[in-house]
Design a protein. Structure first.
Lengths: 206, 370
């Protein structure tokens, strides 16, 4: 008589694995490990996780002006202590965090939510580009400078070019973050394109 | 640089084979289907980490086996170096140099340069302009990494621009400000691609002319023309074709439309050349390819000649063998389905050479001259 096939993993576990493995960077094996880990923990700790996830979905807000994620309605863009005449345009929220961590920037942000990429069907209308223009037009005090801090990829460059073209028509000063050799990096290991560009856009030493 | 020996396990029709080579001329004799070409293909694999006939790795495994491995022992700068290529069905292929695995297989390409001449593959002559661009791009990329990067970036920008044109048509709208950045990218990158191609052809042309003249005994004169939208007024050409681009939903100008025209006595070889002349042209292209790599890399690539004797007249065959047996070339591998022809050709040659008989996936030494 053939042996009965074990019904493994059980359906509930299978469900959990499937949901977790949908997360980026997590495959089925890691998902299984996480599920078994969670089952071994105190009940409380998994409950904390589910509460955190539920709250994340229900209470998180996107600022209607700059589109940053926040849990209060007091977004940086309403804080008078920041420089209200400068807007830094970034692709996504993690970029805001990265720039904030430098403590070098006191102005406002504008999160586009992506970059223009026709292959993926993303056009300017799918991004927060129009809201950037209307925000600048309505600004008081008037916005004087827009800093483009987009990734130096083809799509990032295209998006920057498009925005610049429209902003120039509004008579706004548009700048872009410098590109070149990372601090602490060895010159000989820099790629040709970066090195070439940093030679072309060299700055006066003082 | 030369290949001292090869060991095949379950590669194509070889169950197991171990063959030691001459550092100069090696000739494989055997009937059709015996495995001569597969042996050359294994050598090609050691250099390019893929099969020459565009077969998937899975298709290279011996029938009913589940893995293959090719191990080559090279002599390079008086040092012994081993290349191991192994693939198991369903797993990632592994490429190792001296037992050290590569992170990416592409890092290996160019380390043991090889040129394959397979005249039955006349796509370069008779195929589309894309076949010709691929042929030259592959040569340039082996010696110029930034060319390859620019080419990849150009193709990416082209794909973006074409997607955008399609969207404009579907949504029945047009935004010049949105199209412009993509046009700029194409113009910038295309200019770089054009300049390298133009420079390359200037170096390549005399090599080609020289080899064809030697092969044909000056019977015909040949030329190669490089035609590109970038040769003059590219910005205006782009502006003029914008309407056409929008209607056809693709980009009609650029280096992706470049053409290399092969001429013989002023006429296109593609249309007017006989089969024999087309073959000679192809062989001359490949020999020029060999010379170009040799000059740029400073080593003599390994030369693989697969079935080149078919459709060439005796005069051309003799010229060719005389030429490749000269000092200008390094290690050579030749296949022939007619043993008596090769034996009589090689009898006239003084150089060290080794003749092998190939039959049903077995390789045996037939004659060795030192």
């Amino acid at each position: 008589m053939p042996a009965t096939i074990l019904n493994f993993p059980p359906k509930i576990v299978e469900n959990a694995i499937e949901e977790i493995s949908k997360l980026p960077g997590i495959g089925r094996k890691t998902a299984l490990r996480l599920v078994l880990y969670l089952l071994k923990q105190e009940k409380e700790s998994t409950e904390n996780l589910t509460t955190a996830l539920t709250q994340l979905r229900e209470d998180i807000q996107y600022c209607g002006t700059c589109h940053i994620i926040s849990d209060t309605t007091d977004c940086t863009c309403r804080t008078v202590t920041r420089d209200l005449t400068t807007i830094c345009v970034v692709q996504d929220t993690p970029d805001v965090m990265a720039i904030e961590n430098t403590h070098q920037y006191k102005g406002l942000y504008h999160v586009l939510g992506g970059v223009i990429s026709p292959i993926e069907g993303i056009g300017p209308e799918d991004l927060h580009i129009d809201s950037l223009f209307s925000r600048i037009e309505k600004s008081d005090p008037k916005v004087e400078e827009v800093i483009l801090a987009l990734s130096p990829t083809m799509e990032g460059d295209t998006t920057a070019f498009y925005i610049t073209k429209k902003l120039k028509a509004l008579g706004i000063k548009v700048t872009t973050i410098a590109r070149g050799i990372p601090i602490g990096g060895e010159l000989e290991y820099a790629d040709e394109v970066t090195l070439g560009r940093s030679i072309l856009t060299r700055t006066i030493y003082d | 640089m030369h290949l001292q020996s090869i060991r095949l396990i379950q590669y194509k029709n070889y169950k197991e084979a171990h063959v030691a080579f001459s550092s100069q001329i090696n000739c494989f004799l055997g009937e059709n289907g015996s495995g001569k070409t597969n042996l050359l293909d294994a050598i090609f694999y050691l250099s390019f980490t893929k099969s020459a006939d565009q077969a998937q790795d899975l298709q290279c495994i011996l029938h009913e086996a589940d893995f293959f491995s090719i191990k080559g022992t090279f002599s390079q700068n008086q040092k012994e170096r081993t290349v191991l290529c192994a693939y198991q069905a369903g797993k990632k292929k592994s490429i190792k140099l001296d037992n050290k695995p590569y992170k990416r297989a592409s890092e290996h390409i160019g380390k043991f340069p090889t040129v394959l001449i397979a005249p039955n593959d006349t796509d370069v002559i008779r195929g589309t302009s894309e076949d010709r661009r691929k042929f030259f791009d592959a040569i340039i990329s082996q010696v110029n990494q930034s060319y390859l990067n620019n080419l990849i970036a150009y193709n990416h920008a082209l794909k973006q621009r074409n997607s955008l044109l399609k969207q404009f048509a579907e949504q029945d709208r047009f935004d010049a400000d949105l199209l412009e950045p993509f046009t700029r990218q194409l113009l910038d990158l295309g200019q770089k691609v054009y300049e390298v191609r133009k420079e390359f052809i200037a170096v390549f042309k005399p090599l080609l002319v020289k080899h064809y003249a030697m092969l044909s005994g000056q019977r015909e004169t040949i030329e190669i023309d490089y035609e590109s939208d970038f040769s003059e007024g590219i910005e205006e050409k782009f502006r003029h074709s914008q309407k056409k681009d929008l209607i056809l939903k693709r980009t009609n100008r650029g280096t992706h439309k470049d053409e290399f025209v092969f001429l013989m006595d002023g006429k296109p070889v593609k249309k007017f050349g006989s089969q024999g002349q087309q073959k000679s042209y192809l062989i001359a292209l490949k020999l020029a390819n060999f010379d170009f790599l040799k000059n740029e890399l400073g080593v003599k690539p390994i030369l693989l000649l697969d079935d080149i004797f078919d459709k060439l007249d005796d005069l051309r065959i003799e010229k060719l063998i005389q030429m490749v047996a000269s000092d200008a070339f390094g290690q050579i591998f030749v296949t022939d389905a007619r043993p008596e022809r090769s034996i009589s050709i090689f009898e006239k040659i003084k150089q060290e050479h080794k003749l092998f008989t190939v039959s049903q996936g077995k390789v045996e030494v037939r004659k060795q001259i030192q």
